[in-house]
Design a protein around this ligand. Structure first.
Ligand code: GDP
Length: 300
């Protein structure tokens, strides 16, 4: 994750740190290199531009250049700005999920087909059971993809979380109603609804998401996107957030994403926090997304 960016920034900042004194021009030259590194990591152009402007302004406008360790201070400014870019600063809820509402708390999972939505639903159910000690129920509303409901049932057995029994032919909104009813009867704390994906964002999908949200009143609506698709992931998030009230994003396949552009652009472009990162195929390969820790990782 972020391998190339981390290497590139490391080279720039080692050089800055190695010098006793820095001129404004030194900072501007370094920031030009940082900008190229960000763009190569597939960060959206306006996001990269804003980042560089903000760092440059802070680095040359204050007493940074006259300090004893100017290089050190510039790196600190970059770190803080990275945290901001990754969604720190405002509302980075600890552990990502808001589970305090009246049970059953509904978590609606949305996203395109193949993004890792069903796997992530099972990962989160396991997380909720193990880390929060809550009783969870999962229901697949995916009647579009053959065997999607069975797939969730198999995963449910693996993570030891119950799944709603399958009723062939039932439509998503009715499944959602039945799931809620079942959750109430069984005193379930958290109900996870795995909605149907599509190959592309289309109106039928959005209408279905809205109808399901309408009957289930979700506390969390989490969009699952594949980080490997880079700027496409950010575009998908933007399309969804215009239609359904997303509360956050889960970025999957971060284990294979050496660039990190989606993670770095998501907050700025969509206004939605990244709440979790998927880091592998195994059902415990999920991490809460902490902007500070990710910035530490990037800056090595
Ligand atoms: P869906 O169509 O969105 O429900 O996608 P699935 O949950 O069926 O996932 C598609 C494939 O992606 C499966 O083979 C998963 O094991 C894999 N997958 C999901 N999340 C991750 C992840 O974070 N890392 C990796 N390496 N693979 C993942």
């Amino acid at each position: 994750m972020f391998d190339t960016l981390s290497d590139r920034l490391g080279t720039v900042f080692d050089r800055l740190r190695g010098r006793g004194a820095l001129s404004e021009q030194d900072v501007r030259d370094a920031m030009r290199e940082v900008r190229v590194a960000l763009l190569e990591a597939d960060v959206a152009l306006p996001v990269a531009r804003r980042f560089i402007d903000s760092v440059t302004e802070k680095a040359v406008g204050q007493d940074v250049l006259r300090s004893v360790t100017p290089g050190q201070m510039v790196v600190k400014i970059v770190h803080d700005e990275l945290v901001e870019m990754l969604g720190g600063g405002d509302g980075a809820v600890a552990e990502g999920l808001n589970l305090a509402a009246k049970p059953p708390v509904v978590i609606m999972m949305v996203g395109l087909q193949g993004s890792g939505k069903t796997t992530t639903t099972a990962k989160l159910a396991k997380w909720i059971r193990e880390k929060h000690g809550k009783k969870a129920l999962m229901a697949s509303l995916d009647v579009a993809r053959p065997a999607a409901q069975e797939q969730l049932a198999v995963l449910g057995t693996q993570v030891e979380v119950a799944t709603l029994p399958i009723v062939q032919g039932q439509q998503p909104v009715d499944i959602a109603r039945r799931a809620l009813e079942s959750a109430r009867l069984q005193a379930i704390d958290v109900l996870l609804l795995d909605t149907a994906g599509r190959l592309h964002v289309d109106q039928a999908l959005m209408d279905e998401m809205k109808a399901v949200a309408g009957v289930s009143a979700p506390t969390e609506v989490l969009l699952v996107v594949d980080s490997l698709t880079g700027q496409d992931a950010v575009n998908v998030a933007q399309s969804f957030s215009g239609e359904v009230p997303l509360t956050g994003v889960v970025l999957t396949r971060m284990d294979g994403d050496a660039r990190g552009g989606a993670a770095l652009s998501m907050r700025h472009v969509t206004g939605k926090p990244i709440k979790f990162a998927g880091t592998g195929e195994k059902l415990d390969a999920i991490e809460a997304f902490h902007p500070g820790r990710v910035a530490d990782r990037i800056l090595g």
